[in-house]
Design a binder for this molecule. Structure first.
Ligand code: SF4
Length: 314
């Protein structure tokens, strides 16, 4: 079956049922094209809460994102196209580790990146995304009247928040990193600059500090998108330092600009585990519990607090 036929079948099945499809910018273009809403983690979390009135939510992203949607929509069925779409970054931190860090630093608030499991969120004081990490660290340190916070699981994002807010972050754990963004090196930036000297380089805050320090713009996927959207006409060329799904999105939405990927193979293999065939299967079997991501109510209740706190501060 061709991609077009699959997409048509999906759209037809979607129309006939009470279902909404949310897709992260890192999904393949063919999935982005059939989604009701597209976005980065924060926008999709908000959409899941405010606009997802359907009984079924298909979340084309990784499991922690579907968990967040489940936490915010306990009365709905949240389905993930592939149960194998995990996140290696989220796997760096578990609730037991958070408790040990709390014991060691009893007065410090726990900030966890939304790219963490529901069980980790349940042990946190506040969540954050790559868009709001700096503000969240600033605000929570003020609220607790401390000059340090516990932050996990991404040590690079923690370092970025620390660099910008001047509030120290204790990394939970020190080695936590996103395999996709942390692989970008300073040499990749140098080579890209040499090849495209007038292009503007944008990277994600999950990149390492030496990379962040040499580029033109640092931001979440949504912030990068807006940076390109709002760019003046004299800025025509961009080098994208994040998952290549983002580049495809921009190329489609702003075709009058030229795009290059900062490195050849910036792909999140987990995000790409979701396929159109999986989504069609879900729509044909909405009641198949295998694909439902349901956070137990006791954990959901505790995990909701840090998310709501984050949404309030955002
Ligand atoms: S890009 Fe990184 S943080 Fe995002 S889902 Fe993939 S591994 Fe996880």
């Amino acid at each position: 079956m061709t991609i077009k036929q699959l997409q048509q079948d999906i759209l037809k099945l979607k129309r006939e049922q009470d279902v909404i499809i949310l897709a992260h910018y890192y999904q393949s273009m063919e999935i982005q094209e059939i989604a009701d809403y597209l976005g980065g983690s924060l926008e999709l979390s908000k959409i899941a809460k405010e606009k997802a009135h359907s009984e079924y939510i298909i979340f084309a992203g990784v499991i922690f994102m579907a968990e967040t949607a489940s936490i915010l929509n306990q009365d709905k069925h949240v389905l993930i196209p592939s149960r194998e779409a995990c996140c290696s970054l989220a796997a760096y931190l578990n609730p037991k580790m958070v408790k040990l860090f709390r014991k060691k630093y009893p007065n410090l608030p726990v900030v966890t990146y939304v790219n963490s499991t529901a069980a980790v969120k349940a042990e946190s004081d506040i969540s954050c995304t790559s868009s709001n990490a700096v503000n969240i660290v600033r605000n929570i340190s003020k609220e607790y009247q401390v000059d340090r916070v516990l932050f996990g699981p991404d040590a690079n994002l923690a370092d970025y928040a620390e660099q910008k807010s001047k509030i120290q972050t204790v990394k939970m754990p020190r080695e936590g990193q996103c395999i996709v963004h942390s692989q970008i090196s300073i040499n990749d930036v140098k080579n890209a600059r040499k090849e495209h000297p007038s292009a503007i380089i944008l990277v994600h805050p999950e990149c390492r500090r030496e990379v962040r320090d040499t580029v033109d713009f640092i931001g979440s996927t949504a912030q990068m998108y807006n940076r390109v959207k709002q760019s003046p006409s004299k800025e025509t060329e961009f080098i994208i330092g994040t998952e290549h799904g983002m580049l495809e999105r921009m190329a489609q939405d702003f075709p009058n600009k030229t795009y290059h990927l900062l490195k050849d193979d910036i792909t999140c293999l987990d995000m790409k585990k979701n396929k159109l065939e999986h989504i069609k299967h879900l729509l044909e079997h909405l009641d198949d519990k295998t694909f439902e991501v349901k956070v137990p109510s006791e954990i959901a209740k505790r995990a909701l607090k840090p998310i709501e706190k984050m949404l309030k501060y955002s």
